[in-house]
Design a protein around this ligand. Structure first.
Ligand SMILES: [Zn+2]
Length: 504
């Protein structure tokens, strides 16, 4: 770690007409001085005339190692059945894993995708996730590995059943941790909260124990692991403190499914599926028990809830945890895609944080009206949630959506289709760029268990920052346009654009 004086920079958020000298010592911001006034004592001086210094981003909801694994899977989005068959038969051996098909089940595979897939691959498992990863098509071998009776099974699996089979399939486990960190840093991201399985906790916890990856990683602890640890009498406490490179403060619980699979739990029927209100993944009793156990042991909760009934229930569960826990910790509802406006006040009063992924609008806008009818006007209701006084944080849910933080912000600000075309979805819920940016930086620090002042770039706080050559940060609509020159985190430059990368 060294000292740096960045000369002549612009600061965002801030007055665009001012130029500063920014001094950094080690991993901290030291001072912002007027141009030419900065203290250069024992510092390396870099002339960055007119470039922007911005706080680096946090992605508040991502699947980090799975994003790396995803890159090696068969990409099935938009493919007809023949092309799906070609793709998986071109692989000679090993599990055939793919993702990206959209409901309904490809017509040629009906009525029995299992038998269809068996004709393509019979001696290795086939597992094909749909685009939201809550539903999958599998062959007999995949079912057998999970100990599921194949007889009269259609090969369509959803939610928990899909996950159990997924876990039973042997997959090549590469150490993706450093690839994942480089990938985040290349997008100006220096902190991420990831929700993955046991293997990910172990790999990331080790790989980043001393901040070797140059980022801060936050992890959720899957509820089934938490519950079975308690049953077997294992001490089960949250991991880490806000300043640590790795921390795991949340028990992660699923209350419902997704919009795409019509498994998000709704207060009333799906508009395109009368009689269906979605899936309730845990009984009220189970949830209360978990909430108490978690709270008493100092855990926060991160609860997956997409439908309006699920969001209300998640908040009730959070209020139980908060009532038995001594510490004030960031309890979050993940996705928060549809909340009944009537429930917002109670959610605010509980102290719950709303963790949304505006970029899901790019895909979901195509089905929101069909699935939820009039209720869909309250979907991804950023402005209403903010107006109700509920803290908001933003993420991408990558690999379900692109990790690009600027696309995510753009979705929140414009609510247009990808590439800023098409019509605006519920214009009343648009938010200013400054708000969206705040929810991915300073405003997301506490929610992601990051050091106090993270994302503010105020003197004395951590220097997690990015340097952009773009004209106006507010106008950037995707990563490419940001013209990211370098990222500074945990005391080093990371991309080699400025100074030496990974300087020790
Ligand atoms: Zn997710």
């Amino acid at each position: 770690m060294g000292a740096w004086l960045l000369r002549g920079v612009k600061r965002y958020p801030g007055d665009p007409d001012r130029r500063y000298d920014l001094r950094i010592d080690g991993d901290r911001i030291t001072s912002w001085s007027s141009l030419g006034q900065g203290d250069s004592t024992s510092a390396r001086v870099i002339d960055l005339n007119n470039h922007w210094v911005l706080p680096a981003f946090v992605d508040s909801h991502i699947h980090l190692l799975y994003s790396m694994e995803h890159l090696d899977q068969h990409e099935l989005a938009g493919l007809p059945v023949e092309a799906i068959v070609t793709s998986i038969s071109n692989q000679n051996s090993g599990p055939r894993i793919g993702h990206g098909w959209k409901d309904p089940v490809p017509v040629h595979m009906n009525p029995d995708p299992r038998r269809f897939l068996d004709t393509v691959v019979s001696d290795d498992p086939v597992f094909l996730w749909n685009s939201d990863h809550h539903r999958a098509l599998v062959n007999s071998e995949a079912l057998r590995l999970a100990g599921v009776d194949t007889k009269s099974h259609t090969g369509i699996v959803i939610e928990q059943d899909a996950e159990e089979i997924w876990t039973a399939i042997p997959r090549v486990k590469k150490n993706y941790a450093s690839d994942a960190a480089r990938w985040l840093l290349g997008h100006g991201i220096t902190a991420a909260t990831t929700f993955d399985r046991e293997e990910s906790i172990r790999v990331l916890g080790q790989a980043n124990s001393e901040g070797q990856l140059g980022i801060r990683i936050r992890h959720g602890f899957p509820e089934d692991l938490f519950s079975s640890a308690l049953e077997s009498g294992v001490d089960c406490s949250p991991v880490g403190e806000p300043q640590d490179p790795f921390a795991m403060p949340w028990v992660k619980i699923f209350v419902d499914g997704t919009l795409g699979s019509r498994t998000a739990w709704m207060k009333s029927d799906y508009s395109d599926d009368v009689g269906n209100v979605g899936v309730i993944r845990k009984s009220a009793d189970d949830l209360e028990r978990i909430a108490r156990n978690a709270g008493q042991r100092g855990w926060a909760l991160a609860i997956h809830a997409i439908g309006d009934a699920a969001v209300k229930e998640a908040n009730r569960v959070i209020s139980i945890t908060r009532s038995v826990r001594e510490q004030d910790l960031p309890d979050r509802i993940e996705h928060f895609q549809l909340a009944d406006p009537e429930d917002l006040k109670q959610i605010r009063d509980t102290g719950t944080i709303a963790s949304l992924q505006p970029c899901h609008l790019y895909q979901d806008r195509e089905i929101l009206d069909k699935r939820w009818g009039k209720r869909a006007t309250h979907a991804f209701a950023l402005r209403s949630i903010d107006a109700a006084g509920i803290p908001i944080v933003l993420g991408t849910d990558a690999p379900i959506e692109s990790v690009d933080p600027w696309c995510d912000l753009d979705a929140a600000v414009h609510r247009l289709q990808r590439g800023r075309v098409g019509s605006c979805y519920s214009p009343g819920e648009k938010v200013p760029f400054s708000s969206a940016f705040h929810w991915r930086t300073a405003g997301a620090a506490k929610a992601n268990f990051l050091p106090e002042g993270w994302g503010t770039l105020e003197p004395g706080t951590v220097a997690d920052l990015q340097i952009l050559a773009a004209d106006q940060p507010q106008q950037v609509s995707c990563q490419r346009e940001a013209l990211l020159l370098d990222v500074y985190s945990l005391g080093s430059w990371r991309l080699g654009g400025i100074g030496e990368s990974n300087e020790s």
